[in-house]
Design a protein around this ligand. Structure first.
Ligand SMILES: Nc1ncnc2c1ncn2[C@@H]1O[C@H](COP(=O)(O)OP(=O)(O)OP(=O)(O)O)[C@@H](O)[C@H]1O
Ligand SMILES: [Mg+2]
Length: 486
């Protein structure tokens, strides 16, 4: 029995464990006073702050006063009280890790406890090191959970939410709706221009939702042929069509409670719209070629850059399906309507590429100013591509106007010209990036000689100057060996 396992001699030889940095609170609930005090004593010697009680009502009041990090609760045979306590604690204090203690042989009770949310169990009688192992495990899970929560919180407060970047009022509004809708499993419709982050939002809703660990399954309704969409979504049975050698579950079934992301939903044919509506209403589907129906368990998140309401007006999108998908909608702002997020997004992409290339890239002031003025019809995706391109084009770690896509370069040059014409402060700011005529002449001479593999006579002809002039210029610019010059 327990007393023999927890003898004082064993206690004396217990290794000295370093105390956890933060003392975790443990609540022991067991009507058996001997078990209770033995567990409490061992846990205290392991560094936990322990409270114990034999009475469930008192346990509840202790939990109300001070939430426990770990609850060690006995499941008395022949009563449901212990299990009820487990469910109740997981509902009221989801962050508390629960360990259930059961009598020998009552594996069912342990399984039931795990189903109710317990993370571990001990079968009586157990040895001291079994107790210390499960406590250790619970403590570790607890600290990982806390760290993850803190990280999420920090991310939310600093740059954005999860992997979403942006601190503009428009994005803050999106985060508020997003963190609310993530908690439910209602359908969500995400609207927004191309590249505004619709898929990223869908993934974030899924990741922050109650089934974040379950699959996230995207289906691109715009690029897959309708017959394939149907068999992808609803599944098929063997022999349903040529090549169907075996039955296959549809994504709405294999999501197992996760999320099916219907991207470009505006492209779905009217026939499939009708089938999808029926599936959502009846919560079951008929696989292609089957006569039976299969229950589905999946959250639907849909996205489109088309104006669905206008499509409903025109009759190309079913009104009833629109209403069903549009229970909650999120309209993502275009990048030009949240320009203040451009530097943050740019820094985020630069960081990522710098890590990948093992080289620290930064944007010149002029390049960033030009980016702030651009309208970004392709939104965040266009910005991401522009930065990737600039990193690939640039010769050094500082990305200049000349490294940006042509359209942006032109905008930047226009701004330069306007600044020079009006003689405002901007001209001074961009001056370091303007080349002098002498620089250009030196580059032209070097370029010509190199192209002609060192033939100075031909180079002079190409440049439209005499041979003597060329030699004079080379001397003037201090170029001894044109092929080796920087
Ligand atoms: N707020 C954001 N923070 C960080 N990255 C973002 C953000 N919004 C979008 N992105 C990035 O921009 C790119 C485009 O995003 P996404 O694919 O989600 O857009 P989309 O609206 O689905 O575009 P499309 O309509 O073209 O399919 C992705 O690489 C995504 O990670
Ligand atoms: Mg997309």
């Amino acid at each position: 029995m327990l007393e023999t396992v927890f003898n004082t001699r064993a206690m004396e030889f217990m290794p000295q464990l370093a105390e956890p940095a933060v003392r975790l609170h443990l609540l022991v609930v067991d009507a058996d006073a001997a078990v209770r005090s033995a567990c409490a004593e061992i846990a205290a010697s392991l560094g936990y702050a322990v409270e114990s009680t034999g009475d469930l009502a008192q346990a509840r009041s202790l939990l109300r006063g001070h939430t426990a990090d770990i609850l060690l609760v006995n499941l008395p045979a022949g009563s449901n009280e212990g299990l009820e306590m487990v469910s109740e604690v997981k509902l009221l204090y989801p962050e508390t890790s629960v360990i259930a203690m059961t009598a020998t042989g009552s594996v069912n009770a342990a399984v039931e406890a795990m189903r109710c949310g317990a993370s571990d169990y001990l079968t009586k009688p157990f040895a001291m090191d079994e107790l210390s192992t499960v406590l250790d495990r619970a403590a570790q899970n607890h600290s990982t959970d806390t760290a993850t929560r803190q990280l999420r919180e920090r991310l939310r407060l600093s740059e954005g939410l999860g992997s979403m970047i942006g601190r503009s009022a428009e994005m803050e509004k999106i985060y508020r709706i997003l963190s609310k809708v993530a908690q439910s499993t209602h359908p969500v419709l995400i609207l927004g221009e191309s590249g505004t982050g619709k898929e990223l939002v869908a993934r974030t809703i899924h990741a922050y939702g109650p089934n974040g660990e379950k699959p996230f399954l995207p289906v691109d309704c715009g690029s897959i042929v309708p017959t394939l969409i149907e068999s992808e979504l609803f599944g098929y049975v063997r022999g349903a069509f040529t090549g169907a050698n075996r039955s296959k579950d549809g994504l709405l079934v294999s999501a197992e409670g996760g999320t099916v992301f219907l991207d470009e939903i505006g492209e779905l044919s009217l026939d499939l719209q009708a089938k999808l509506l029926r599936a959502l209403q009846e919560k079951e589907v008929r696989p292609v070629g089957a006569t039976h129906r299969v229950p589905i368990k999946a959250r639907i998140v849909a996205a489109t850059n088309r104006d669905l309401a206008a499509m409903v007006e025109k009759g190309s999108f079913r009104k009833d399906l629109f209403y069903r998908l549009n229970v909650v909608n999120l309209r993502l702002p275009s990048l030009r309507d949240r320009r203040e997020d451009i530097p943050l997004l740019a820094a985020h992409f630069l960081d990522r590429i710098s890590r990948e290339h093992n080289r620290k890239y930064t944007l010149s002031d002029e390049a960033l100013r030009t980016m702030m003025r651009h309208d970004w019809p392709g939104n965040v995706r266009e910005l991401e591509n522009a930065i990737e391109r600039a990193c690939a084009m640039s010769s050094g770690p500082l990305l200049q106007l000349g490294d940006l896509p042509t359209q942006l370069q032109q905008k930047g040059l226009e701004a330069r010209r306007a600044a020079v014409a009006t003689g405002d402060g901007l001209a001074a700011a961009v001056a370091p990036e303007l080349k002098t005529l002498a620089d250009l002449e030196r580059e032209a001479i070097l370029g010509a000689i190199r192209t002609l593999n060192g033939d100075k006579l031909q180079a002079a002809k190409l440049l439209g100057i005499g041979k003597t002039t060329l030699y004079r210029k080379l001397k003037e610019y201090g170029i001894a060996d044109p092929l080796r010059e920087e």
